[in-house]
Design a binder for this molecule. Structure first.
Ligand code: G4P
Length: 288
């Protein structure tokens, strides 16, 4: 399944980030812990180059704990990079993030050389939630920063620690085909860019292979041996009473249920890719 999504204004995003990067010490890249590789914006990777980067694996409460460990190790092995897990229920994430940024650039600090951090993340990854919780934690000053973008926000997390939010980190192109349905399933892609039935079936195909127990438990299915992914979606729809005329299963309704429940974590803690698998897809996509 190929999903493409071009929300527009890409050149504005590129411009805003490039301008801000000159005055940035550390980049915080917010990723979805259920799909860390797929939720990394390739445009950002090409723009930030060798800047120290803190990868924040958000929504870790929804992700597979074993795979969280694999992804942390994967990123922590990269130069100039650290990774931390986060979830929206954390009351005070500021200290953790501040500490990790100073570890990445120990030269910064104090009023003369405050730490300047740029936070980036694709839609729905939890950026607003995180910034709101940071702002609530400390009566933070936020405001427009003239001359960069009208909507850029500066959040003061400590006297010598400024967080800049460049809104609208938009997706340039889904370069790894396997990422398409993962991004759609996570809710990162606009709804008009994909067919819910296709995405739900692709998701079920992966879950039946990797997370069968959660699927069986959630939908009280005697087994997953019901045929292909469409047949599985149909079996789930039947369990949930998604019927239309003549007893046929309404696959659209069934797909909406599966996607909503995946997004809400009701199918268990799931991560849709390992670092190894993602790197293999990326290598193949780069070579194509
Ligand atoms: P964005 O600014 O990056 O676009 O994302 P936003 O903060 O709006 O978060 C998108 C959705 O993800 C929200 O749910 C939010 O509550 C949820 N979320 C953010 N961080 C976490 C996390 O660490 N764990 C979990 N489980 N969920 C998280 P929503 O249903 O769209 O909105 P709401 O009903 O929560 O307001």
């Amino acid at each position: 399944m190929s999903i493409q999504w071009f929300p527009g204004h890409m050149h504005l995003t590129r411009k805003a980030i490039t301008e801000r990067l000159d005055d940035t010490d550390v980049v915080i890249e917010l990723l979805d812990a259920r799909l860390p590789g797929s939720s990394a914006n390739p445009l950002l990777a090409s723009l930030i180059g060798a800047k120290p980067t803190l990868k924040v694996l958000n929504k870790q409460d929804l992700a597979d704990p074993e795979r969280n460990t694999l992804w942390l190790a994967h990123y922590n092995a990269q130069p100039q990079t650290r990774a931390v897990l986060l979830d929206a229920s954390e009351i005070a994430p500021a200290q953790k993030l501040i500490k990790a940024c100073f570890e990445l650039d120990p030269e910064r600090g104090g009023m003369v050389k405050p730490m300047r951090v740029l936070i980036c993340g694709i839609p729905n990854v939890g950026k607003s939630t995180l910034i709101n919780s940071l702002v609530k934690k400390r009566a933070a000053h936020t405001g427009d920063e003239a001359g960069i973008t009208r909507r850029e926000q500066r959040v003061v997390l400590a006297d010598d620690f400024y967080l800049f939010d460049t809104p609208g980190m938009l997706w340039p192109k889904i370069t790894v085909p396997e990422s398409g349905y993962r991004l759609a399933a996570s809710g990162a892609v606009g709804r008009n860019a994909y067919d819910e039935r296709d995405v739900a079936m692709a998701l079920l195909g992966y879950l039946r292979e990797q997370y069968a127990a959660g699927l069986i438990a959630r939908y009280k299915l005697p087994s997953l041996d019901v045929g292909n992914d469409e047949a599985l979606l149909s079996a789930i729809g039947a369990r949930r009473g998604c019927l239309q005329g003549k007893g046929r299963v309404d696959l659209q309704k069934a797909a909406e249920i599966v996607l909503t429940e995946f997004r809400g974590g009701q199918l268990g803690r799931v991560t849709l890719e390992t670092p190894e698998a993602f790197m293999a897809w990326k290598t193949a996509a780069d070579a194509a």
